[in-house]
Design a protein around this ligand. Structure first.
Ligand code: CA
Ligand code: CA
Ligand code: CA
Length: 344
């Protein structure tokens, strides 16, 4: 073996040591980065969305360093995960995926379904059908983000309008004797109109781990979009809102009424002889007849030519509003035909 070969081998030893050191530093740096990212999980996707939208609209609290820090953290998070710090460019579902993980996909699918109700594509609920479903279980949330004493085990229910009532479970995690206040909070659904307000104090005995709060859901015949309200837990007797992501649950009321659509019975033309005194135009309500609906009508001339009927000469101008009552599917508008001497 030559001396130079020994030197080369020796040099390789040092190169190897350096490589190991560099690799170790890179690994250390990326793992702290991961921990930083993790901090953002203290905020829900909705909280990030609301905070950043408010901030963008200039409505956030000014000069609060704690708030500033929160906003910066949130912006940093979306910049890192979504490649933009502009919240209006962020897709809500993608954000949820980033914050809540892939495990939430099944729930998101449901949420989308509920949201679609607002755009007309709703889950098909027959009138009078009882449907109660649970979504978003609190098990998905890490314990450190939950309240240590009391919580809901389900964070989103949906219930059809005709269900009568819904029993919501409140969990006494420690199983010790104590009490908690449960209050409903309006969102689109309003107490008294869509459900009966609840404001009650649950008292648990030693060893009692769960209790139910029943909320009455009101049914009617009128069509409405699906609407939400919430239930929130408060400390008793101080009435302070309990902290933790499982101290509020959302309830979506799914409407079951179909108002139908309004059509002319004769879609092309209604013919009337000039010798007749009246002409009847039948209006139909199809694909549902729930609730009261009204429709305005007015007569108009096709054009000003002498070939078409003229209001005031051939027929009496008519204008009005038809009201279809609950269950009513047909109405008639009567147009008076005027008699001309020179019958056309
Ligand atoms: Ca309502
Ligand atoms: Ca109904
Ligand atoms: Ca309804």
């Amino acid at each position: 073996m030559e001396v130079w070969e020994a030197w080369v081998t020796f040099a390789f030893f040092w190169i190897l040591v350096c490589c190991c050191y560099v690799a170790d530093r890179i690994k250390a740096r990326t793992s702290t980065k991961k921990e930083e990212t993790h901090e953002i999980y203290e905020y829900s996707a909705m909280e990030i969305f609301r905070t950043l939208v408010k901030e963008k609209q200039g409505e956030g609290p000014k000069g609060d360093p704690e708030h500033e820090e929160k906003v910066q953290k949130m912006k940093g998070f979306i910049k890192e995960t979504m490649k933009t710090d502009q919240i209006d460019k962020v897709d809500m579902d993608d954000l949820k995926k980033q914050v809540e993980g892939e495990g939430m996909l099944a729930r998101m699918k449901y949420r989308r379904q509920v949201q679609n109700a607002f755009s007309g594509k709703r889950p098909a609920i027959a009138k009078g059908e009882v449907m109660k479903q649970e979504h978003e279980h609190a098990d998905f949330i890490e314990d450190k983000f939950k309240n240590e004493n009391y919580g809901f085990n389900c964070l989103h229910y949906s219930v059809s309008e005709a269900s009568g009532s819904l029993k919501v479970m409140v969990v006494n995690k420690r199983g010790t004797a104590g009490s908690v206040r449960v209050v409903t909070i309006d969102a689109e659904a309003k107490a008294g109109e869509d459900y009966e307000k609840v404001d009650t104090i649950l008292t648990f005995n030693q060893g009692e781990k769960q209790k139910f709060v029943e909320v009455v859901i009101k049914d009617d015949d009128d069509w409405e979009p699906d609407e939400d309200f919430y239930m929130q837990l408060y400390h008793h007797p101080s009435d302070e809102e309990l902290v933790g992501q499982d101290t509020k649950t959302r309830i979506t009321i799914i409407d079951d009424d179909k108002p139908g659509q309004i059509y002319f019975q004769e879609s092309k033309a209604v013919t009337a002889l000039a010798t007749e005194r009246e002409c009847e135009v039948v209006i139909e309500r199809r694909n549902g007849s729930d609730g009261v609906v009204t429709v305005d009508y007015v007569t108009c001339e096709l054009d000003q030519s002498s070939q078409t009927a003229c209001a005031g000469i051939d027929f009496e101008h008519a204008k009005g509003t038809l009201e279809f009552k609950q269950g009513e599917t047909e109405k008639t508008i009567t147009i008076t035909i005027l008699q001309r001497d020179d019958v056309e």
